[in-house]
Design a protein around this ligand. Structure first.
Ligand SMILES: Cc1cc2nc3c(=O)[nH]c(=O)nc-3n(C[C@H](O)[C@H](O)[C@H](O)COP(=O)(O)OP(=O)(O)OC[C@H]3O[C@@H](n4cnc5c(N)ncnc54)[C@H](O)[C@@H]3O)c2cc1C
Length: 333
């Protein structure tokens, strides 16, 4: 038996390689039906060839109407089955695999969000392909750019895999034009694979503020705020005055000033808003990894040597307890 296994791999590789050259490019973008990130479509469109979007779950049909109008989408396929509502990798991965086979897709894209990071590695394993994670650029159909070591090294990866499975850092790609597209909507292949895990419940922080991951403005607080009471008293009025989402450093989260879902950085969310205001944050590399691509960075810190000033476009060396309330009043007026 072991001898057969050794023989079968090169044969498989040969048949895949020979048919690879005759294959035309075709991409599948797997989006979350409850919150589809259109930026993934912009990344996938760079590969060329027709682009199909896969949506699954109870809200797939509603989401499909909107996605079909996005420029660059050729077709939307839907699996309107509530079994996919919570993005469980156990049944979502077989759904992706069956549709990849049915559509003979060369590329599969998903957002590098909790959803994509959950479902795509399992689909990649089932397809015997090495996933390319968190890309920020598409150089060609087989070459992609991705940051590693908290963004301190930028890696260019060339993949020879038969099917390329890729997660996309959505903040690195623009929103596509919506409205002019006329994609067809069809049913996806639904293997109805059994899930070995069951969704039990979720405990979400409900907020009326802009979503941290997609907000155009973010104000983030750090350990300099000293405690939760100060964090709430100083950061939220500034956020309200600017119409911004609130973020936090890991030190602030670990000290209980802010909820875990607000953490920005290597082990938190990666954001790239038009405006990022860092208040009482020193600028550790792990924090910078989550915000340094913001268009305009404003830093308020009492230490003129704080590393945050190295990435800031506008820096204010001041006591935050005086500067921020004054700034909030000025913005309000
Ligand atoms: C594996 C790993 C992953 C990590 N992931 C993350 C991550 O995702 N996100 C993240 O943020 N960190 C992360 N960290 C932690 C990171 O290394 C830093 O410890 C953290 O970012 C520091 O947070 P801070 O800037 O709020 O606190 P500090 O470094 O303590 O800085 C506080 C700042 O506030 C200023 N300050 C104090 N009082 C005032 C005042 N009155 N007015 C104005 N300024 C004032 C000080 O001058 C100082 O610069 C990670 C670390 C590791 C090892």
């Amino acid at each position: 038996m072991p001898a057969m296994r050794i023989l079968s791999r090169p044969l498989l590789a040969f048949s895949r390689a020979s048919s690879f050259f005759s294959r035309s490019l075709a991409s599948l973008a797997v989006l979350e039906a409850s919150a589809p990130s259109y930026n993934v479509i912009s990344a996938a469109a760079k590969v060329g060839g027709p682009l199909t979007v896969l949506l699954a779950g109870s809200s797939a049909a509603t989401a499909a109407d909107a996605v079909s109008k996005v420029e660059g989408v050729s077709k939307v396929i839907i699996a309107a089955n509530h079994a996919y509502d919570h993005g469980l990798a156990e049944n979502f991965a077989p759904l992706i695999v069956e549709n990849v086979k049915a559509g003979d897709f060369t590329h599969v894209f998903a957002p590098a969000s909790a959803f994509g990071k959950n479902v795509l590695p399992r689909a990649a394993a089932l397809l015997d392909s090495q996933q390319i994670s968190d890309i920020t650029e598409v150089t060609s159909e087989d070459t992609f750019v991705r940051p590693i070591y908290a963004g301190n090294v930028i890696l260019t990866v060339k993949s020879s895999d038969f099917i390329k499975l890729i997660t996309v850092r959505t903040s690195a790609f623009p929103e596509p034009t919506v409205g002019s597209g006329k994609a067809s909507i069809e049913s996806a292949v639904d293997p109805n694979a059994p899930a070995t895990a069951a969704f039990v419940s979720e405990d979400l922080t409900v907020s009326e503020r802009p979503d941290l991951g997609s907000a155009k403005k973010v104000v983030s607080g750090g350990r300099g705020l000293k405690d939760k009471e100060n964090f709430d008293k100083v950061m939220y009025p500034l956020a309200d005055a600017l119409g911004a989402a609130v973020g936090a450093s890991r030190a602030a989260v670990d000290s209980g000033f802010a909820d875990n879902s607000l953490q920005v950085g290597q082990t938190g969310k990666v954001v790239a808003p038009d405006l990022y205001v860092a208040v009482g944050i020193s600028g550790a590399i792990q924090h910078l990894a989550g915000m340094k691509d913001s268009k305009t960075i404003v830093a308020i810190n009492k230490d003129a040597d704080a590393p945050i000033f190295e990435v800031a476009d506008i820096g204010l060396v001041a006591d935050l307890f005086e500067a921020v309330p004054e700034l909030t009043e000025k913005v309000k007026n």
